[in-house]
Design a protein around this ligand. Structure first.
Ligand SMILES: [Zn+2]
Length: 61
């Protein structure tokens, strides 16, 4: 399973603080970008979890 759902999506515009609707949050999550309709600031979602960390092979036991 992918861990992409762990991406943190802001619930408000970081520029003007305008509340994002749940639908806008979905769009932001999918597109990784969203333009705030209040101040037209382009919100870019940090691609957290996008990069798969090179697996540390912790030898268990
Ligand atoms: Zn805004």
């Amino acid at each position: 399973m992918s861990d992409q759902l762990n991406i943190k999506v802001p619930d408000s515009c970081p520029h003007c603080g305008h509340k994002l609707t749940p639908w806008q949050q979905v769009l932001l999550k999918v597109d990784k970008a969203l333009v705030c309709k209040n101040c037209w600031y382009r919100i870019i979602l940090e691609d957290v979890g996008e990069q798969n960390k090179t697996d540390k092979k912790d030898s268990e036991k």
